[in-house]
Design a protein around this ligand. Structure first.
Ligand code: CP
Length: 336
């Protein structure tokens, strides 16, 4: 049984098939691929796009979605084995995943890192716990990566450039300022999928401390070796933007400060100028700009960049619906 935990677990032909199916769903909204089927959407964190697009996607394919928020409208869940559960958690993932699997055909999970200990967070225990104990396919709705966002992003780029082959495009993944240290999930994912698609990728970040986890840097190295793209890390804004075809922005916390964010704050506050603005975009090759959203305007990117015809963030957000329908249909088909 195949899960959708990371795009790296899926072959390039499989990813291409998902993107092709998503483009078809974009043209023909309704289908019967989930008729009589259901999905549990388990949210440990807030969402606008993910929740709406998964619920509507299941509905449009003839299925039904049940949203659960453990600790709010469902019991708090224990993930560690061997724990004496005399604290706040009421039931164990071993029961939760197996019980849900008796009711539904798919399980989606959103569980952000706790931002205390990266060595624990990088184990992705919540998602892995569901995948281990569930007897139905599990979908990553954003944990320490965001594979659904990856597919939506690639589909938006393919639409913008009018081509499914993105090789040779100059792609800049830029760190951008945010007052708080954020999850690295979308940055990990952007790096993964951009290198997978064979683009010439620059990871632009303020200092070496903001380079991503070695697992994702390693995936990127592996991907460019296979796809023929390239990868470099830069701390120089102007040279990174120069001639770029794609600028993708995300803010994230520096991994060495996980659990001790106090000293990171003045460092990040010194890099407010990483905001995506008109001057930087003017250095690009009439480049396209995107972001996963939500985005704080005039902090991460200026109004002018967000309102520019070169901003495809809304297309990318719409594509979440189409790619997730493709993922749900593919996973449900393997069970039928
Ligand atoms: N991009 C994204 O996942 O948006 P939400 O957090 O609103 O779901």
């Amino acid at each position: 049984m195949k899960h959708f935990l990371n795009t790296q677990d899926w072959s390039r032909p499989e990813l291409d098939a998902l993107l092709t199916q998503a483009a078809l769903f974009k043209r023909n909204k309704l289908g019967g691929e989930l008729r009589g089927r259901s999905i549990a959407l388990v949210f440990f964190n807030p969402s606008l796009r993910t929740r709406t697009s998964f619920e509507l996607g299941a509905f449009q394919l003839g299925g039904h979605a049940v949203v659960l928020q453990p600790g709010k409208d469902a019991w708090p869940i224990e993930f560690d084995l061997g724990t004496v559960m005399d604290g706040d958690t009421e039931e164990h993932i071993a029961e939760v995943a197996r019980v849900l699997s008796r009711y539904v055909d798919l399980i989606g999970v959103r569980a952000f890192p706790k931002f205390i200990d990266w060595s624990l967070d990088r184990q992705d225990r919540v998602l892995q716990g569901f995948a281990k104990h569930a007897t139905v396919p599990v979908i990553n709705m954003e944990t320490i990566t965001h594979p659904c966002q990856e597919l939506a992003h690639v589909l938006a780029l393919q639409e913008h450039f009018g081509a499914t082959d993105l090789r040779g495009k100059k792609y800049v993944l830029t760190w951008t300022y945010h007052p708080k240290a954020l999850n690295t999930a979308v940055a990990n994912s952007a790096l993964t999928i951009a290198t997978r698609m064979g683009m010439d990728v620059t990871l632009l970040c303020p200092t070496p401390e903001y380079v991503l986890d070695e697992r994702y840097m390693g995936w990127a190295e592996q991907n460019v070796a296979e796809s023929g793209g390239s990868l470099k890390v830069s701390h120089d804004i102007d040279s990174a933007y120069a001639g770029a075809d794609v600028v993708y922005a995300k803010s994230w916390g520096a991994l060495p400060y996980f659990g001790n964010w106090g000293p990171e704050k003045p460092i990040r506050d010194g890099f407010r100028h990483f905001i995506v603005d008109e001057r930087k975009m003017a250095l690009t090759n009439n480049g396209v700009f995107s972001h996963c959203l939500p985005l704080r305007r005039n902090v991460k990117a200026t109004d002018a960049v967000m309102d520019s015809p070169n901003c495809i963030a809304i297309e990318e957000a719409e594509n979440r619906l189409h790619v997730q329908k493709a993922v749900m249909a593919a996973l449900a088909a393997q069970a039928s």
